[in-house]
Design a protein around this ligand. Structure first.
Ligand SMILES: Cc1ncc(COP(=O)(O)O)c(C=O)c1O
Length: 486
């Protein structure tokens, strides 16, 4: 295929050149009706290019097939058999994948370190999760992807499960041995779904961890907005092999998706793919060199430590994406929450993941020496400022065994059934009816259907006190928790 083409971008150019006009949504009429104050902030171009996908960009039957061509080009670029675009993030794509591999009941093997969008798929599908234990680092309190041995044991215990789903890379950049896990699944004729939300760039550089499709995954879900250069919400999911029916996958996505797909997002995905094919390797090369130097310079700052060896040692992670710069601030005597808040308030820099002792800066090929210097200056100022910051509130960290709560009801039944709201500490021993997720990284500590233990409650309460954010429970302060009515 001709990877120099970008059919959606070309179609958008044609749309304007031919002076098309639609008496159809969007009502803003390519910005003509939009209030000046809005245009002053957003500019005219987002509205100008926000056109209807069918009966707009393409004709009413999409006979030109622009979207299909763009998806085919993406599949060709990364070596997948089929690719689908989604404008609703990997959050939609992973749910579609879960629904597609089941018949509405049954079991699925799933890493307990899955993102909340994946566990939401359990609530929607009605499936019984069979939790695969991630590799826990009890010292660092970090979960790494599960080992092939653990996946093998889970298949032995639950041979009828419909599929296996794992997250790799994790939000920390640690990666599973996908090849070995895929082989274990395929020996049983079962599909492997890899949530590779953090792996958009992986197919485009040989020194990055193996990307899931090359390692044999059946479905791989990617957020192009995370470490790729697409718009927020732009996601693609890829399919190969014969274990998952493509029609079913597409129809499951259709059940969840909007009928008003955003052409801007499609165009962003289309342009990004062309860009990556043409210069991705070179730009990622520069990003990898830059990040290597940044890591070394952060390590030179007193009190800061960039995690690396401890993330890839035996019993940790099979591989690692160094663009995730995970910085331990514990020696500064502050928490990651304090560091993140200070960097935003004092240096106008936002970092991603933050927890009781770490912050994470993710680098992409868009970063440069200038942006890296900005981070380094800010971190060096943080080192100076840290002694003046208040002592951090202590987070009562649970052991991995405390976090492995028993799933005693189907997540769907617990979520949709009758609920009761109880004071947090009285929820001990009760069955959760809601997800409770420290965000970022977005891995639920409590899931509907799990019997809540006291140590997890104390962890979350002390976490909130220290600055942890819990966006999904009905009461984000966690004075109360929703549990099933007994
Ligand atoms: C591992 C993982 N999976 C899925 C998602 C959801 O992706 P999106 O934000 O594209 O919906 C995230 C988001 O942070 C994630 O970290």
């Amino acid at each position: 295929m001709d990877q120099n083409e970008a059919p959606i971008l070309d179609a958008l150019e044609d749309y304007h050149r031919l002076d098309r006009y639609g008496f159809t949504p969007p009502g803003h009429r390519q910005g003509r009706g939009v209030d000046k104050r809005t245009l002053d902030v957003l500019g005219a171009d987002p509205f100008r290019n926000d056109v209807l996908a069918s009966a707009g960009l393409d004709d009413r039957s999409s006979s030109n097939g622009y979207l299909q061509q763009a998806q085919d080009l993406m599949a060709d670029a990364v070596g997948a058999e089929q690719t689908f675009f989604s404008t609703c993030g990997s959050s939609l794509s992973v749910k579609a994948a879960i629904l597609a591999v089941t018949r509405g009941t049954g079991e699925i093997l799933i890493g307990r370190d899955a993102h909340k969008s994946v566990t939401a798929g359990l609530i929607l599908s009605g499936l019984q999760p069979r939790w695969i234990r991630p590799q826990w680092d009890n010292e660092l309190h970090i979960a790494h992807p599960p080992s092939p041995e653990t996946v093998e044991q889970m298949w032995q215990r639950h041979p009828d499960a419909a599929a296996c789903l794992i997250v790799s890379p994790t939000p920390y950049g640690t990666c599973a041995d996908i090849e070995a896990i895929a082989e274990i699944c395929h020996r049983r004729g079962k599909p492997l779904i890899v949530d590779e939300a953090w792996g958009a760039h992986l197919p485009f550089h040989k020194d990055l961890p193996t990307w899931a499709m090359n390692a044999g995954a059946d479905i791989c879900v990617v957020s192009v907005h995370k470490l790729g250069l697409g718009f927020e919400q732009g996601s693609v999911y890829h399919l190969q092999g014969s274990l998952v029916d493509p029609v079913r996958l597409k129809q499951c996505a259709d059940l969840l998706a909007t009928t008003s797909t955003n052409v801007l997002m499609y165009a962003g995905l289309d342009g990004w793919r062309r860009h990556m094919v043409q210069s991705g390797e070179e730009e990622l090369d520069a990003a990898l060199k830059l990040v290597e130097a940044v890591r070394a310079r952060i390590n030179d700052l007193p009190g800061l430590h960039v995690l690396h060896d401890e993330l890839i040692r035996e019993e940790a992670s099979h591989d690692f994406d160094p663009l995730h710069v995970l910085i331990d601030v514990k020696q500064l005597g502050i928490s990651g929450y304090q560091a993140a808040d200070w960097l935003r308030a004092e240096r106008r820099i936002d970092v991603g993941l933050n927890d009781h002792r770490r912050i994470e800066a993710t680098f992409s090929q868009s970063d440069s020496q200038e942006t890296a210097d900005r981070l380094l200056e800010a971190l060096s100022a943080l080192v100076q400022a840290a002694p003046e910051l208040p002592e951090p509130s202590q987070v009562l960290l649970p052991d991995s065994s405390d976090l492995e709560m028993e799933t005693v009801r189907l997540p769907r039944d617990a979520f949709f059934g009758p609920v009761e709201v109880v004071p947090a500490r009285e929820a001990e021993g009760r069955i959760a009816a809601e997800q409770i997720t420290p965000y970022p990284p977005g891995i639920p500590a409590v899931l509907p259907g799990e019997r809540i233990n006291g140590r997890v409650i104390e962890y979350l309460l002390s976490g909130v006190e220290a600055g942890m954010v819990l966006p999904d429970p009905a009461d984000p302060e966690l004075n109360t928790i929703r549990v099933t009515r007994e």
